[in-house]
Design a binder for this molecule. Structure first.
Ligand SMILES: [Mg+2]
Length: 345
């Protein structure tokens, strides 16, 4: 099965309401949809989202990376020589991990179709259901609490709270959630790099009575020493997100014991092929992974769900992006019911 033709198209999917993190604010998500036609007629579909603030990519840069570098190098290659195709994709140009991820997803889709297997089975088939946490977008403490209340009513058992520079507000919000919404709710905090290492220690200490499950990316992406320094001083699990893009990042983080959990996102690591390697490196070091996503559409969210379902070492799932979209089209290959994600046969 040889790669014959690449087709790209842009689309914008509106969100139900504005979504905020410490890094950015969004009312819609835009992505490039990548369709790759094979010489036997199979068309693999992938997508790549532009996350300027995280990956540095724009829709235009994704398109040009694929049109000018990736497509010319991959066209004509035979998917039977999978490792060679993946080597060519990852080596086609430096960085541009979202563009590579979109192409990787499309190629895996084509491979799964040719093998007549759903992608989650092709990748390992460990489980067919997942439970996602629900993210609370950064807002006033009152609004965030309201959202938390609503999420718990809808059956979510894990809340991921986006926190920012206002440490006091974050502590008060967690206190209120824990005291009013029950002991069983898992509380995950995502600082998106907003704190110094010392601030992180202060907040985590203050939050001790409220049993936070984990804190994600407390310090800036490149402050690995800070991540390790925090991890050595607190009981709460520390998860790396913006600090882990590549397989090499993952290896360095686990060998320096700088994180308890790695958050794998296809748009950061360049796709499923690299994500599997990251997960195995982590697994070898006894470190579990979360599979998360950027604000992404259904195509790449499905690919991420398949990865999460396929792999035993993926023990946490943050794939709620689809739930923030205004429903404009039916989901293909999976469905959501509250916190549950069911993968189709
Ligand atoms: Mg994060």
């Amino acid at each position: 099965m040889k790669i014959k033709h690449f087709k790209l198209s842009r689309r914008t999917l509106p969100l139900k309401k504005v979504f905020r993190t410490a890094l950015r604010e969004a009312t819609s998500l835009s992505e490039v949809v990548i369709s790759i036609t094979m010489d036997n007629g199979i068309v693999g579909v992938g997508s790549a989202c532009a996350s300027e603030k995280i990956t540095g990519e724009t829709l235009a840069s994704i398109e040009s990376a694929i049109e000018e570098n990736i497509a010319p190098q991959l066209t004509g290659m035979d998917l039977q020589y999978w490792e060679r195709v993946m080597e060519a994709l990852q080596g086609s140009l430096k960085n541009n991990c979202g563009a590579k991820a979109g192409v990787d997803i499309a190629l895996y889709d084509a491979l799964a179709q040719s093998r007549k297997l759903p992608l989650w089975k092709l990748l390992g088939g460990y489980r067919s259901q997942l439970e996602t946490n629900l993210t609370l977008s950064l807002d006033s403490p009152e609004k965030m609490y309201e959202e938390a209340q609503k999420a718990v009513e809808e059956g979510f058992l894990a809340l991921k709270i986006k926190v920012g520079a206002d440490l006091r507000a974050s502590v008060q919000l967690v206190e209120k959630i824990r005291n009013n919404l029950g002991e069983n709710i898992q509380i995950r905090l995502d600082a998106n790099q907003a704190w110094t290492a010392q601030e992180a220690i202060t907040v985590i200490e203050e939050l001790k009575p409220y049993q936070i499950e984990l804190v994600e990316q407390p310090v800036s992406a490149h402050n690995w020493e800070g991540l390790k320094w925090i991890r050595e001083r607190v009981q709460t699990l520390i998860m790396a997100d913006e600090s882990v893009f590549s397989l090499e990042d993952a290896h360095r983080l686990v060998s320096h014991q700088a994180a308890d959990i790695l958050n794998i996102k296809l748009m950061k690591c360049g796709g499923i092929h690299q994500a599997l390697k990251i997960n195995h490196v982590a697994e070898a070091a006894g470190i579990e992974c979360m599979v998360g996503s950027m604000m992404e559409g259904p195509i790449s969210s499905y690919a991420a769900a398949c990865l999460a379902a396929a792999q035993k070492n993926v023990t946490r799932v943050d794939l709620d992006s689809v739930l923030f979209l205004k429903p404009t089209e039916p989901l293909v290959g999976f469905r959501y019911e509250g916190r549950h994600i069911y993968l189709d046969e």
